[in-house]
Design a protein around this ligand. Structure first.
Ligand SMILES: [Zn+2]
Length: 166
C-alpha cells in the first residue's frame, strides 16, 4: 500500500513538472506567434511607407515625415515595443536574460556574459547588495559570538582557577 502511495505521489509530481513545462512551451509559442504577427504588420507598414514615398515622387512633391508618415511610424513604434516585451517574457520563461552588449541569451543569475565576458550590471548590483547584507549579518553574529566566547572563557577560567585551588 505504501509503495503504491509513493508511486502515485511520484507520478503526480512528474505530472506537475510536465504540466508546468508544457504551460511554459504553450506560453512561449503564443509569444512567438505574436512576435511573428507584429513582424508581418511592420513589413506591411514599411510597404505602405514606401508606396507613399513613391507616390510623392510621382507627383513631384516633397514628403514630410511628421505629417505624411506619422501614423505608420507610430504604429511601427508600438509593434516594435510589443515585440521587445514578448522577447523579454520569453527570456523570463526560460530563466534567461540577454547580454546588453552581444545580445546573447545567458543564464539569469550569471555575473558575466558567457559569450563576450561582459560584466552584467544587474547581477553586480544584486551581488553587492547581497554581500553588504551578508557582511552586516555576519558582523552582528560575529559580535554576539565573540561576546559569548568571552563570557564562556571567563566562566571556564574561573572554573579552572577554582579547580586548581581545590
Ligand atoms: Zn555578451
Amino acid at each position: 500500500m505504501d509503495f503504491f502511495n509513493k508511486l502515485g505521489k511520484k507520478v503526480s509530481e512528474t505530472y506537475d513538472a510536465t504540466a508546468e513545462k508544457t504551460g511554459k512551451i504553450t506560453k512561449e509559442a503564443k509569444l512567438r506567434m505574436k512576435i511573428n504577427e507584429n513582424k508581418s504588420d511592420i513589413k506591411e507598414l514599411y510597404t505602405e511607407i514606401g508606396k507613399k514615398v513613391y507616390e510623392k515622387h510621382v507627383r513631384e512633391e516633397n514628403i514630410d515625415i511628421n505629417s505624411d508618415l506619422e501614423e505608420e511610424c507610430t504604429k511601427i513604434d508600438v509593434l516594435s515595443a510589443e515585440i521587445e516585451t514578448c522577447l523579454k517574457s520569453i527570456l523570463e520563461l526560460k530563466d534567461k536574460k540577454q547580454c546588453p552588449i552581444c545580445h546573447k541569451e545567458i543564464e539569469k543569475n550569471a555575473n558575466f556574459c558567457s559569450n563576450c565576458g561582459e560584466k552584467l550590471e544587474g547581477a553586480k548590483i544584486t551581488n553587492a547588495e547581497e554581500v553588504k547584507e551578508e557582511l552586516e549579518n555576519s558582523e552582528v553574529e560575529a559580535d554576539n559570538e565573540t561576546e559569548k566566547e568571552i563570557v564562556e572563557e571567563e566562566v571556564s577560567g574561573e572554573e579552572s582557577e577554582d579547580n586548581t585551588q581545590e
